[in-house]
Design a protein around this ligand. Structure first.
Ligand code: ADP
Ligand code: MG
Length: 297
């Protein structure tokens, strides 16, 4: 393609809300034959909601949520925000003041821990609870499986070393996500999901969206590692993500695509920014590149 064609291509992209950072990014996109998608905030809307509470001990729901909110209000994680938002329903005020959390600790990719009203509160995934040496009963495990089969995330709550409840949190697929994946398939582009969420939920979401290839419980390094592994097998890889934890993979990919509504760090790490945060624009970007680089040789 001529420099003029590249300029035109980049301009057309910009006018459609697909920000392409330079000619190299536009060129690489037409060779992409494999896309790694982050789950939360990329395939899903990214605004999780608490949809169910399963108490395992006799406790008043309002008191249960008082303790959890006091801990989670100190976390920036989208799941924490969903939990605090839900806890507000048990209060009359618009912006309630939560109890003080002492010794707050955020365990990245796992959850939080704090002391609230002299009780030890742990909120997080199964691996965090097991790491703290707290037992998970067969009943609790069954609830978790049920929740995950519904493509929801199960968050475990421990109070003073006792598993006390499980929250079911739902973050639905973006509208049109399934169509985007099937169009990519028809364009001979393979799709993969990589997420920090658990295997059960990840598999259910992947099934819903029509993706067979899943990697769950992935740390940021694991996401980048998967990209490199695919490249080593001869594939030209795009990564689509929105979070800080996606940035190493966005950098490693042949084409990193950030969701516009994502974190600044992801946007900075990417070669292409999807300003409208639409998944359809993954196709727009590849189409534009194919048109620019196959018309004139
Ligand atoms: P994702 O790729 O889904 O954004 P993260 O690596 O941020 O995943 O988190 C992985 C998992 O750790 C979450 O799905 C959740 O189970 C748990 N987790 C992380 N932060 C929190 C938190 N503040 N409260 C409860 N659970 C959390
Ligand atoms: Mg994400």
């Amino acid at each position: 393609a001529t420099p003029t064609a590249v300029m035109v291509g980049t301009g057309v992209g910009a006018s459609q809300g697909v920000l392409i950072k330079g000619g190299q990014a536009l060129e690489s996109a037409h060779k992409v034959d494999c896309i790694v998608f982050d789950k939360t905030g990329t395939l899903t809307i990214g605004k999780p909601l608490v949809v169910n509470t399963r108490l395992l001990k006799n406790m008043v729901l309002r008191e249960f949520y008082e303790l959890i909110a006091a801990a989670e209000v100190n976390s920036e994680h989208p799941l924490a925000k969903a939990i605090v938002e839900y806890a507000k329903k048990f209060r009359d005020e618009e912006n309630p003041v939560w109890a003080e959390a002492k010794n707050f600790e955020s365990i990245t990719g796992h959850g939080v821990r704090a002391t609230v009203q002299n009780k030890e509160i742990i909120v997080g995934n199964k691996s965090l609870i097991l790491k703290k040496g707290i037992g998970i009963s067969i009943d609790a495990d069954e609830i978790l499986t049920e929740v995950e089969e519904l493509a929801q995330t199960g968050i475990l709550v421990c109070i003073d070393g006792q598993l006390t409840g499980i929250l079911a949190i739902s973050d639905p697929l973006k509208p049109g996500a399934h169509e985007v994946i099937s169009i990519l398939k028809s364009m001979k582009v393979k799709s993969i999901v990589v997420t920090g969420d658990n295997w059960g939920t990840a598999n259910s979401i992947a099934k819903e969206v029509g993706i067979d290839d899943v990697i769950a419980e992935a740390k940021p390094e694991d996401k980048a590692e998967k990209v490199k592994e695919l490249q080593a097998s001869g594939r030209v890889v795009a990564m689509v993500g929105d979070g800080i934890n996606d940035s190493p993979a966005l950098v490693a990919a042949d084409v990193g695509m950030a969701i516009g509504a994502g974190t600044d760090i992801a946007i900075e790490a990417a070669d292409i920014v999807l300003m409208k945060s639409n998944l359809e624009d993954v196709i727009t970007a590849i189409d534009l590149s194919r048109k620019t680089f196959t018309r004139i040789r």
